[in-house]
Design a protein around this ligand. Structure first.
Ligand code: ZN
Length: 243
């Protein structure tokens, strides 16, 4: 089986369409979404409708939770708060109830998925260091755990006792019985690793290879739409800088 994983779309329709076109070109059996479908961008309903149609399973992100009143925005910065208020007013009642019913994590034989962390996924913690990664490795029993949330793609491997950031975009677990992987697939709609191109991942369970992919999209079109609905300049400008 070949799975595509997408996350942190953040209502960016141009980015979502570009990523899905690339996924279709490469060919996968299932697409899975790790949450934050909405928040920041100008097309929350459109993105949610596409995700419903295209994704086999979808998880709840903290912005989805805030936009549907499951989470307060007290820990959000001012820009994110403004975006959530607009999003909450814009979402249709049916999309709102769809998002509000999403689970915070999902586990199969091979993979654990959460928007934030395998440890207490509903608490929206971040994994920003190897120490935090090492802690989280204790909280999944599957070979692979996939997360989003930081918007920074990263493959962290645990080989026997050795934990490290894998330096390449692709990793094999074929001849490594001991290898466990904690992978952040990055963000479709608002990358923050100084590369403005959308990020997503593909897992090939026959070849036993996971790979990260970067896709350009029409950033100025997305920015023009955000300006039109008066999103803060900070949110508009960051897209072009990938931060
Ligand atoms: Zn996010």
């Amino acid at each position: 089986m070949r799975f595509a994983f997408i996350s942190d779309i953040h209502a960016n329709l141009e980015a979502l369409e570009a990523v899905l076109a690339d996924i279709d070109k490469k060919g996968v059996d299932e697409i899975l979404c790790l949450g934050d479908v909405v928040g920041y961008g100008a097309n929350p309903n459109e993105c949610a409708e596409i995700v419903v149609k295209r994704c086999k399973s979808v998880l709840l992100g903290n912005h989805d939770a805030a936009a549907t009143n499951l989470l307060t925005t007290q820990h959000f910065n001012i820009h994110a708060k403004i975006a959530i208020e607009w999003t909450a007013q814009t979402l249709t009642p049916s999309i709102k109830s769809y998002l509000a019913a999403l689970p915070v994590s999902k586990t199969t034989d091979l993979i654990t998925m959460a928007h934030s962390t395998p440890y207490e996924p509903g608490m929206w913690y971040y994994i920003t260091s190897l120490e935090e990664a090492a802690f989280n490795f204790q909280f999944f029993d599957t070979k692979i755990c996939l997360v989003g949330h930081t918007h920074i793609p990263m493959i962290i491997a645990l080989d026997d006792e050795d934990i490290y950031v894998h330096p390449e975009k692709q990793i094999s677990y074929k001849e490594r019985e001991d290898r466990k992987l904690l992978i952040n697939i990055g963000s479709v709609g608002q990358p923050r690793d100084r590369n403005p191109n959308s990020s997503y991942g593909i897992l090939d369970t026959e070849e036993k290879i996971f790979s990260l992919h970067r896709i350009p999209y029409n950033i100025s079109k997305t920015q023009a739409k955000m300006k039109k609905i008066k999103m803060p300049d900070f949110l508009v400008n960051r897209l072009a800088e990938g931060r």
